[in-house]
Ligand binder design. Structure first.
Ligand code: GLU
Length: 325
């Protein structure tokens, strides 16, 4: 290092010290307590109505074809043949939800339970699980991106609801989640009844946010783009709680030991793989893949690899599929 560079560094150091107050012979930096909210975070003043979960065939999807077409040999003219011709399955996923759909910082790859489901569908289409194009999207982007044709499926902690069934189709249920509440370990909040007037975070476009806004206790709903925005706001004291699916909250609690999940479940959140409307052949095919991976142990291995360490108790049985025709 040159003498001039050393002098410059010392000057910077002296300048930095000027903002510090001495405490018992040492100095600590004076850090402002103001922390910015994540981009796009806002109080929700006119929330969508609470999700409706009672309508004909809510959870009854389409029966798989028998037999399933072999990988790489999709029926001519089918949705699956078009995907094989394109060369990759385009999937909308999360990159913010630890062990479900998250970017592994060590290798930069998006991984997790939902991502394993997506790879299984690619494997059944192509014979190669890696013929896949992952699009990291927010909760609010799921339906618009399916409807615009930018992606073939969404595998992103997406609950089947009556309202969404008007806009997209769903596979059979592949995971049964439940909405719960995450707080700091020193919080007095023990359940939904304690949320009156409290600031509670969830992503825009999620069932979680509309359910928070509809709670009898009347919390203040705070909408953000991504689930990690909620965790940061809780850590920074900008919200009092996060409320969404147990599996998402368990991932946050695993990353921050100063948080914990409390209270009884607020609602069932049955996850389906979402598919654009009018592609009944592909809905049946995806259901065939789900039935195969549930029967051959792939589903249970994925659960044990990603979710077993987050959720207490033994691995549940895969959800029993319901078909309407
Ligand atoms: N399962 C809920 C939903 O589909 C919350 C999870 C999410 O949005 O990522 O809206």
């Amino acid at each position: 290092m040159t003498r001039r560079a050393t002098a410059g560094l010392l000057a910077v150091f002296a300048f930095a010290l000027a903002g510090c107050a001495p405490v018992s012979g040492t100095t600590i930096p004076q850090v402002s307590a103001d922390v910015p909210a994540p981009a796009g975070a806002a109080e929700v003043t006119s929330p969508p109505p609470a999700p409706v979960q009672s309508c004909p065939n809510l959870l009854a999807s389409r029966r798989p074809p028998s037999p399933m077409p072999a990988p790489g040999q999709m029926p001519a003219g089918s949705t699956m043949a078009k995907i094989v011709q394109y060369g990759k399955l385009r999937v909308g996923v999360d990159q913010n939800t630890y062990n479900v759909g998250f970017r592994d910082p060590l290798n930069g790859r998006i991984q997790g339970f939902d991502i394993d489901m997506a790879h299984a569908i690619a494997k059944a289409l192509f014979g190669d699980p890696d013929k896949i194009e992952l699009h990291a999207i927010t909760s609010a982007q799921r339906i618009p991106m399916l409807q615009s044709g930018e992606i073939d499926i969404v595998v992103r902690t997406m609950s089947i609801t009556c309202d969404r069934l008007q806009q997209v189709d769903f596979s059979a249920v592949y995971y049964d989640a439940k909405q719960r509440i995450l707080v700091k370990t020193n919080s007095a909040i023990q359940g939904a009844a304690d949320l009156g007037g409290k600031r509670v975070c969830a992503t825009n476009g999620s069932t979680s946010l509309s359910r928070i806004a509809a709670l009898a206790a009347k919390p203040v709903a705070i909408g953000v783009p991504d689930w990690t925005d909620c965790l940061v706001m809780l850590q920074q004291g900008q919200v009092d709680a996060v409320s969404t699916d147990d599996v998402i909250l368990a991932g946050m609690a695993a990353q921050d030991p100063y948080t914990r999940v409390v209270g009884d479940p607020l609602a069932d959140e049955p996850y389906g793989i979402a598919i654009p409307q009018h592609k009944e052949d592909f809905v049946r095919f995806v259901n065939g893949v789900l039935a195969e991976i549930e029967a051959d142990g792939t589903w249970t291995a994925a659960y044990q690899r990603w979710l077993g360490s987050l959720l207490p108790g033994a691995a549940p049985a895969p959800p029993a599929p319901q078909y309407r025709d």
